[in-house]
Design a protein around this ligand. Sequence first.
Ligand code: SF4
Length: 67
Amino acid sequence: MQLTANRATCIGAGQCVFTDPDAFDQDDDGLVLVLRPEPAATEEIARATEAVHVCPSRSLRLVESAP
Ligand code: SF4
């Protein structure tokens, strides 16, 4: 899976970091940084999916990796 973030729309709410601190961080301006862009384990994908759902600005995407 590919986990990406749109930093242009991120509002720095930090919900993603709270949900999955292993996969996300925030820079000095509070904008999201993706630490784990290719979640593979079931648990990693589950938490990434939850983060996508809780992001208030819909800035996160989780899609299938290209074959
Ligand atoms: S939850 Fe969304 S808006 Fe908040 S820091 Fe993460 S990507 Fe940005």
